[in-house]
Design a binder for this molecule. Sequence first.
Ligand code: ARG
Length: 726
Amino acid sequence: MKKFILMILVCLLGLTNLFAFTPPDEGMWLPMFVDRLNYTDMEKMGLNLTAEEIYSINNSSLKDAIVGLSGSATPGGYFCTGEIVSDQGLLFTNHHCGYDIIQQHSSLEHDYLKDGFWAKSFAEELKNDALSVSFLIRMDDVTDSIFGQLSDTLSDADRNSEIRKIRSELAENASEDGKYHVVVKSFFAGNEYYRFVYQVYTDVRFVGAPPSSIGKYGGDTDNWMWPRHTGDFSIFRVYSGPDGSPADYSEENVPLKPKHHLPISLKGVEKGDFAMIWGYPGGTDRYMTSYALQFQQDYFAPAIIELLGKRLEIMKEDMDADREVGIQYASDYAGLANGWKYYIGQSRGVKNLKVIDKKKQIEEKFTKWIEGDTDREEKYGKVLSDFENAYSTIGSAFKPFIYVNLALLSPTIVDYSQEFAQYLEQLKGIKENPEAPAETAAALREGIDEHFKDYNAPTDQKIMAGLYKMYHDNIPVEQQPDFFKSLTKKYKGDFDKMAQDIFKNSVFASKEKVEEFLDKPKARKLEKDPAFVLSSDVMESFMGAMGQYRATQAGIGSAEKLFIAGLREMNPDKVFYPDANSTMRLSYGSVQDYYPADAIHYDYVTYLKGVMEKEDPSNDEFIVESKLKELYEAKDYGRYGKDGKLVVGFLTTNDITGGNSGSPVINGNGELIGLAFDGNWEAMSGDIAFEPELQRTICVDARYVLFIIDKFAGATNLIKELTIIQ
Ligand code: ARG
């Protein structure tokens, strides 16, 4: 599941954590503890490898085939996971993980989103400016080195800044003069800290992707749902410098010789088969309290659903009307639609599965455990009331904040004009520093093509009109900033007219006008530009609203830390797993069906037959290409089918979340059997409380992936590279 951007700092509490028994499927485990905590379990369930073969810091092991994907050369987190599948650095991930990159390479002439793309040789692979893969070299526990240096008398603020300082020293110490990228992360809300040492490769080229009619089959309608028929995969290749070390793109670079790559099994899956998933889950809130969850239900989710829903509606209209706009906004739209549906599903899950009640039960137990024990009372007695107090005021500050964020800041023109803020200051100070503006202008000029490639001013104008109206209708006048009130007055509440004026008179709505402006830059022109003026006002309100919202959150961080510490103390025999935080995790479970509702049974596999059943030529989410139909009708599945059938997707009980998208699903022999790509609708509250009976991971079968590459696309050059286990 790809990580989407909208997140908020809330606190957490896992509910099954409180019961003595944790089903094996639940938990995103840290690989360094596998031997101690999980290995015996996994062996019983069907793992045939040694602990050293799956995680070792001395020898090559399975973990060396798993990478985090990021847009940065020094990532703090990962939007998806990938796995190395050949000794020439070939990498598999999901189609929806590669989607943004596929979109960037697409145009009306080369519509790779629609038609797919297959490099038939190394030379045809496409370079990417902002894509990196991180290999984990090792991780270690640095909790004691941090806490050992802190004195007990520090205030919260001093303590945090001290921790920040020690964290960066610890990172620095392990970087070997920049050879490694090192991150120190907090676990269990600051009760533990671990250091992660990575090698980051920045030359990662686009190799292949099926058409969206396969890679995104079922579109947003089927998203987050089973039964699923999506061939959600795309292919990249990692390159290194000639000596094998990381290097930025260069023609001299060579395909990476990885320490390990995953063999791919064609044996297929049976119910009950062992399955493990490795990857980079982004974030879970398993320790969330009832207070935080109530806030999430009452304020957070409704605002997001409403605001994103409006924006999506506006975008979709223009995207459907014009394919060029469709390409320009494809990736943004998919990301927003994914987050929007996530919160709809989550709210529904929280309600249907009575998650708030479950959280309350845990809190009652916690309160009972404290009662009558003076030490506990002193240490933990105020934790729950701290949460209660904080969350009693947070809602009223949240709404103005999220509305500035997702309504007033939503038009791209607002962001884009802010990129010129520094330039304005430099133009005004040209006497003192005559060189500065020219340098900034050059950088701004360089960004023009990239910005306008994916920009359609009329759509942006509609977004402004629609969302500013929504802001006006939803935020009480006394909470609106003055500039907004003046605008409303000036245009008599006609936001279409307002947006029209701004777009007509701003240089930032057109590439030509921006270029003209940079040819003859004038500070006064910027200062009077309506989009620039608006964006400065919006930014100021945003900072203000954020400050107020942040202030209501004060104290939540330390309450979270204490609460988790208390829960662990209260359950001394229980093995706790930390919430996901974009660090490498391992989850293990099995292939399983489920019962989504009374009298309904969902099988654990889907077949190509189901793709044909869902076909709807009038709906772009359910188009089936003729080539795929021909293969289906001829049952021409090669070695990838069995008994005249071809499996497309399957289900497992693994515990995953956003960021795990693209993660390898691996059998007991360490072979790839599929790629994880989604969670299921009935358990969308799963990031907050795992649901063993209902929660499933949706995977695309490795045999379908290979069938598409081989039989559908004829990309036998890629098939030849793979290590295929018959
Ligand atoms: N729900 C999936 C995830 O979060 C993303 C699937 C993308 N597909 C789509 N139709 N938007 O990883």
